[in-house]
Design a protein around this ligand. Sequence first.
Ligand SMILES: Cc1cc2nc3c(=O)[nH]c(=O)nc-3n(C[C@H](O)[C@H](O)[C@H](O)COP(=O)(O)OP(=O)(O)OC[C@H]3O[C@@H](n4cnc5c(N)ncnc54)[C@H](O)[C@@H]3O)c2cc1C
Length: 395
Amino acid sequence: MESFDAVVLGGGAVGCATLFHLTRLGCRRVLLLERGDIAGGTTAQSSGILRTYYSVRPNVAVARAALAMFQDFPALLEDEEADCGLIRTGYLAVAPEGKAALALERTIAAQQELGIAARLVDHAEARAIHPWLDLSDIALCGYEEEAGFADPYMTAHAFARAARRQGAVIRQGAPVLGLLREGGRVRGLRTGGGDIAAGVVVSTLNVWSPLLRGWAEAEIPCHASRHLVASFAADAPYTSALPVLKDFASPLMLYSRPHAGSEILVGAGDAGDEVADPDGGTGDIPMDWVAEVGAQLAHRMPRFAEHGRFVRAWAGLYDTTPDWNPVLGKLPGIEGLLVAFGFSGHGFKLSPMVGRMLAQAALGLPPDLPLDPYRATRFAEGAPLRGAFGSGAVS
Ligand SMILES: Cc1cc2nc3c(=O)[nH]c(=O)nc-3n(C[C@H](O)[C@H](O)[C@H](O)COP(=O)(O)OP(=O)(O)OC[C@H]3O[C@@H](n4cnc5c(N)ncnc54)[C@H](O)[C@@H]3O)c2cc1C
């Protein structure tokens, strides 16, 4: 039987980052199995926004460490040509009077406590940062300077390439069919090409993680939910001089960012529709949804009311947990297996650091940041990681 010290399941942003960090930490006999292509899963559907703007403290710390990795990507990968497509635009959050404004204030304070360059800005400064905005119904604005977006596809491929250079084996078109178990311990996995023994298995299967229910007889608190993204153009290019925007005053809690050089990419911060089968396709884009998003966008940026033009839209899947935060680490009663699932629409920005924490745990090293807040048992314990903004990817 083939044998590896560590095997990563799934070649998305999280799996590729984990593979890279395993090799960087000295693990050489390491394998990644991807049933399709690298970054061909939900990573390819991502909006790619990077921010540390979170009300859940552990997320702020993980996102900050991950952002530093994005910012220093060539040095991290020891390859001056390594590119994650990072564009620093800043992140502007705007909120109406009430609960959202209080949450915004608390979030900025939490970021500042960790030394992050985030601050409340008045309307004049917010308009200087983003001259297209109508802020007449906005009470409070917060700005995070270092935030922006990156390219999830490029990032995952760069991690995969660097891991391969360091000796990792990557197999694409290689679906995992099950786990090999001995009592409470995972010893390897089953594939179409035969069984493989593994010292440790790290599962990063995102919306396909419920497969572990059958494979490991484990409780997997995660379901797939469908989320739409649309891009629009106006009479002037919507360039990367404009920040990522989170509009807590919009009924759909819209987020947006510059896209493709001249368009705006807009997504909704709602709970999305539950999807029973993640392989069942992502479905059609209802034009009334596009019209609704367009109207809410035009309310915040009146320029789109007169000159807005719908360009394109797509749908993607989130691996959503009950508290909209990931589950990371061991599952109760199962040795030899680490999991990462439930990123609930905000996993790309965390992925470089989550990969490092998982790799450290897989090799028996203490993770740089604690995995414990993300334990699978937190739901049963009544200790979910509830954010101040309610259900949604801004957790
Ligand atoms: C529309 C949308 C917008 C988003 N926007 C943002 C954003 O702005 N910022 C942000 O931080 N995050 C965002 N996200 C979330 C982020 O993109 C994801 O959390 C992240 O990319 C997930 O990476 P992953 O490696 O966990 O999953 P995936 O990329 O889905 O990787 C899982 C892999 O497992 C493979 N697989 C499945 N079954 C098997 C099997 N049996 N054997 C082997 N391989 C298997 C799949 O083929 C897939 O490639 C967004 C997501 C969506 C859908």
